[in-house]
Design a protein around this ligand. Sequence first.
Ligand code: PRP
Ligand code: MN
Ligand code: MG
Length: 178
Amino acid sequence: MNSDILKVLYSAQDIKATVQRLATTVHKDYADVKPLCVCVLKGAVIFMTDFIRAYDDYLEIDFMDVSSYYGGTTSSGDVRIDKDLDTSVKGRDVIIVEDIVDTGTTLKALKELLAHRGAKSVKIVALLDKPTGRTVDVKADYVGQTVPGEFLVGYGLDYNGLYRNLPYIGVLKPEVYK
Ligand code: PRP
Ligand code: MN
Ligand code: MG
């Protein structure tokens, strides 16, 4: 185990079961459509690749990179698009795939933006939900695990760009970021 990790919250095996459960649940709601799964770079990359392989049916994928900032008031006004989608979302059933919902800033803005662009529906699947971090009102439609307010890394989640490649999700030792 990486020596910067205080404890493992979800093992690779735990995550696999969670992802499979999410994919099965989501698929039930998209039986007759071919959704467009939007991966929010970079944190969601690992989850996305496992999720779409557990989702045993037609779908398309695309990628978007956004930076959120605070205090924006208008619809979609509080994210900066660093890399936009290649695909038009007009008339599409979009599933935003995220690793974690914390303040909710990223997801609220993204959801509003894609709806504004004419998506037929926009839902959110988040591997992790940290409700104690929320500052804006947004809810993921599908949540893998509800997590405490600790600093989590691994399986896509980073600190200063590191730890994304850990196959488990763990709590970072406070001395690493203090
Ligand atoms: C992290 C995480 C979510 C977002 C959640 O991404 O992957 O996308 O923050 O935070 P929020 O609910 O407060 O908006 P980050 O912006 O750090 O970029 P990254 O995915 O490239 O790590
Ligand atoms: Mn992210
Ligand atoms: Mg990050």
